[in-house]
Design a protein around this ligand. Structure first.
Ligand SMILES: *Cc1c(COP(=O)(O)O)cnc(C)c1O
Ligand SMILES: [Zn+2]
Length: 408
């Protein structure tokens, strides 16, 4: 019989307790996030590299290693494999000749959050949920609102008032129940818990359920596949809640267990903003958990997470892969965003620009070696943040370009 998913059980990331998969579950009774586990022997009987070549280029091509058992429940907009874009000019300027951008801006809603939303909404449908709730810095809310609309399921979205207006408008457009708060994504999490306690619903905030992470994991599968089942030397990720890093790491571990890749893993790099860098601070002290960052502040809004629920998993991924963590200033982010647009014609989001600034820093420090291949995740399209550009007009030479227009 055709097997769509080889999902076997859920496992606690802290106490290792296991759970069956057919009921709604949030986190472990000990409070830690749960991870989806698969029967990888079964998967290797059903899935081969040759199969993958024949399948459509959407993230559902890896369905044996995704949690949805019945394809009938899949909610998808044919999320395409995102492109690898060599950044020749920027790479030359940074002395990183093999600098490659993976552009997640190509996905529905313009960010990688579509991956978690497609898989997470699908699994929620399979579990029979009729209402979802999420706290977000904007992009997850937008993606989940759109996928929830497509599935015909209700969603409550809680978002800080200073989150980028584009994503707030997307939530409203898609018919989400939107609450805007004075506070951070963490304060939003408390409101979500109250909403869920009052009127039911499934909390799909970062790592509050095990399935959204599985969508993000497909970034790792794609990177391995696009590098012909090997990996770049370094993967650089702008990190907030950290599901991206945890997902990529989990993907590479599963591919190792399948025997599809060798023992060498890419060194994973977390980039945060100087105004909110709890993971960098913890990494520099060699610690395994982080402490909440007071008054988080950065224009790279997706990075404004004072404490990640999965901080210990992110830090573990860094230690296990001989990776590192680095923070960059908002000035560097603005500058890098303008420079990569002018040099290579790519309009990255501020988070992607932060990751590029992190590469520049790590090369200067010698942490990135000569001729290493460095993959930078551009987690979203710059178009989601055009509002920031007018405010930073001087940085992008708006005056110069408008002077040009009046000369014509
Ligand atoms: C959510 C988000 C991030 C942070 O990703 P995590 O997986 O939560 O660490 C980075 N960039 C953008 C554009 C985002 O929307
Ligand atoms: Zn536990």
């Amino acid at each position: 019989m055709e097997v769509f998913s080889c999902l076997s059980h859920l496992q606690c990331t802290r106490c290792n307790r296991t759970f069956a998969v057919d009921e709604r579950i949030q986190t472990c009774s000990c409070g830690a996030p749960l991870l989806a586990r698969y029967d990888l022997q079964q998967a290797s009987r059903h899935l081969t590299k040759a199969h993958l070549r024949e399948r459509p280029c959407t993230l559902w091509r890896y369905h044996e290693l995704l949690p949805v058992r019945d394809p009938h429940f899949v909610v998808s907009m044919n999320e395409s494999m995102t492109p690898l874009i060599p950044l020749h000019a920027t790479g030359r300027h940074m002395d990183v000749p093999h600098l490659i951008l993976k552009d997640e801006g190509a996905l529905p809603s313009g960010t990688f959050k579509a991956r978690g939303a497609s898989v997470g909404v699908s699994k929620a449908m399979e579990l029979g949920e009729s209402s979802l709730a999420i706290t977000t810095n904007g992009n997850a809310g937008a993606a989940w609102s759109l996928y929830a609309a497509r599935a015909g399921i209700h969603i409550s979205v809680v978002m800080p008032i200073d989150a980028p207006v584009t994503s707030r408008k997307e939530c409203a457009l898609a018919g989400a129940d939107l609450s805007v708060i004075h506070g951070t994504i963490a304060d939003g999490g408390q409101l979500v818990q109250r909403l869920v306690a009052q009127s039911g619903g499934y909390d799909v905030s970062t790592l509050k359920e095990p399935y959204r992470l599985e969508g993000k994991k497909t970034m790792g599968f794609e990177i391995a596949e696009q590098f012909d089942w090997s990996a770049p030397d370094v993967i650089v990720y702008p990190t907030g809640g950290g599901a991206g890093v945890i997902g990529i790491y989990k993907a590479f571990r599963e591919l190792q267990e399948l025997g599809w890749i060798g023992s060498r893993l890419p060194r994973l790099v977390v980039v945060q903003a100087e105004g909110c860098a709890p993971l960098v601070r913890a990494f520099q002290k060699g610690e395994h958990t982080s402490t909440p960052w007071k008054n988080p502040e950065t224009i790279a809004f997706g990075l404004r997470v004072p404490k990640a629920l999965g901080d210990f998993l992110i830090l573990d991924a860094l230690y296990q892969t001989a990776g590192t963590a680095v923070s960059v200033g908002d000035g560097e982010i603005v500058r890098e965003r303008g420079e990569v647009a002018r040099r290579d014609g790519v309009h990255v989001c501020p988070e992607g620009a932060a990751a590029l600034a992190g590469v520049r820093r790590l090369r200067q420090q010698g942490w990135i070696g000569d001729n290493e291949t460095v993959l930078v995740m551009n987690t979203g399209s710059g178009l989601k943040y055009v509002d920031q550009l007018s405010a930073d007009g001087r940085e992008i030479d708006l005056q110069e370009s408008s002077a040009l227009v009046s000369n014509i």
